[in-house]
Design a protein around this ligand. Structure first.
Ligand SMILES: CC(C)(COP(=O)(O)OP(=O)(O)OC[C@H]1O[C@@H](n2cnc3c(N)ncnc32)[C@H](O)[C@@H]1OP(=O)(O)O)[C@@H](O)C(=O)NCCC(=O)NCCS
Length: 211
C-alpha cells in the first residue's frame, strides 16, 4: 500500500534510502566505499526528507506496517536547497569523515544544478526500494503513484539517475532522457516527463479554447 509518509517515518525512510543507495555508482565515486558512508547518507537523507515533507510529497510503499519503498517529489520552485540547508550538511559530512570530498560534491551538485530545467517542474528523488524487496514490482508501483500525482497536478516531472536499469524503469512511466553527462566519470541520465496532453495522450491541453 502506498501512502504519504508522516514525520515519524522519517528515520525508517532515511535508513531505507541509505541502505539501498549506498552503492549507487555516483555515491561510491563521490564518497568512496567506507563503512561510514551508509550512516552518513542516512543522516543526510533524514535531513533532506524533513525538508521535503515540509515543501513537497514523500510517498512510502508498505507491506503491512513495514516500510519497503520511498519516493519523494518536490513542487516547482522548491527543488534547490538554500544556503542554510547546504550549510546544515557540513556537520553531517564532518561526522562521516567526508569533508575532504567537498570538491567532488560541489562538482556533482553544480553539474546537476546547471541542467535543472528553467521551467516549472516537479523534482523527483530520492527514491528506493528496500534491498530485500527489489525486483518485485514495488518500484513500478511507486513510480505509478508519482506519475498519478504529476497528472493530477498537471506537472512536468524531472529526475536524475546514475543506473541504466533505472532509465529503463522510468521510461516505462513516460520519462524521456533529455541529457546524459559524465559526473566524475559516472554516467548520469537526466529525465523529463511531460504532461500527458503534451505527449498526445489527451487531445487538448487543459485551459485551451477547445475546453
Ligand atoms: C530502482 C528501484 C527503486 C526499482 O525498484 P524495484 O522495486 O526494484 O523495481 P520493480 O521491481 O518495480 O521493477 C523492476 C525494474 O526496475 C529496474 N531496476 C533497477 N534496479 C533494480 C534492481 N536492483 N532489481 C530489479 N529491478 C531493478 C529495472 O528496470 C527493472 O526492470 P526490468 O525488469 O525490465 O529490468 C530499486 O531497485 C532501488 O531501490 N534501487 C537502488 C536505489 C536506486 O537506484 N534508486 C533510484 C535512484 S534514481
Amino acid at each position: 500500500m502506498i501512502r504519504t509518509l508522516r514525520q515519524q517515518s522519517i528515520p525508517a525512510a532515511a535508513r531505507l534510502l541509505a541502505g539501498s543507495m549506498a552503492d549507487n555508482p555516483l555515491h561510491l565515486r563521490v564518497f568512496g566505499s567506507g563503512a561510514r558512508l551508509e550512516p552518513m547518507l542516512e543522516e543526510a537523507f533524514a535531513r533532506l526528507l524533513r525538508r521535503q515533507l515540509r515543501t513537497g510529497i514523500v510517498l512510502g510503499a508498505h507491506e503491512g506496517d513495514v516500510l519497503v519503498g520511498v519516493a519523494a517529489m518536490v513542487p516547482p520552485g522548491r527543488c534547490q536547497p538554500g544556503l542554510p540547508e547546504q550549510l546544515a550538511m557540513l556537520p553531517i559530512l564532518a561526522r562521516g569523515g567526508a569533508l575532504q570530498r567537498l570538491p567532488r560534491i560541489r562538482h556533482w551538485l553544480r553539474t546537476w544544478e546547471r541542467l535543472d530545467p528553467a521551467f516549472d517542474h516537479w523534482h523527483l528523488g530520492p527514491a528506493a526500494v528496500a534491498r530485500t524487496h527489489q525486483g518485485q514490482g514495488i518500484g513500478t508501483r511507486l513510480m505509478a503513484a508519482v506519475c498519478e500525482r504529476l497528472d493530477r497536478e498537471q506537472g512536468v516531472g524531472y529526475l536524475e539517475t546514475d543506473k541504466p536499469e533505472n532509465v529503463r524503469l522510468y521510461r516505462r512511466g513516460g520519462f524521456e532522457v533529455v541529457a546524459e553527462r559524465q559526473v566524475l566519470g559516472v554516467t548520469n541520465w537526466f529525465m523529463l516527463r511531460h504532461q500527458p496532453w503534451k505527449r498526445g495522450q489527451v487531445a487538448t491541453p487543459p485551459g485551451s479554447s477547445a475546453e
